[in-house]
Design a protein around this ligand. Structure first.
Ligand code: CU
Length: 95
């Protein structure tokens, strides 16, 4: 019986971690209006304020922001709105 309980426990952990992995998404946004070295800081700040964003990497030279987020808490539209509201309209870079 103890073995069965352990097995059920192990399976639920697998299922739970699988669900968590599926909810994490990464998108690359093109932020074309970043014109100086301070712009990425503003963009990063705006994106990090969106609930559900877990990681933001902004590359000034490439004019892009790579955002990792929990898709159960936010979506690409909200990310674009966040940069746009901060003064930097963005679009999704096609994969
Ligand atoms: Cu700037």
């Amino acid at each position: 019986m103890k073995k069965l309980v352990n097995l059920v426990f192990a399976v639920s952990i697998l299922v739970l971690s699988g669900t968590a992995a599926a909810a994490t998404q990464t998108v690359t946004l093109v932020v074309k209006d970043m014109t100086c070295a301070v712009c990425p800081i503003t963009v990063k700040k705006a994106l990090n304020q969106v609930a559900g964003v877990t990681r933001t990497e902004v590359h000034f030279r490439q004019k892009e922001a790579i955002v990792t987020f929990d898709s159960t808490k936010t979506n690409v539209g909200a990310l674009i709105k966040a940069t746009t509201d901060a003064g930097y309209p963005s679009t999704v870079r096609p994969k």
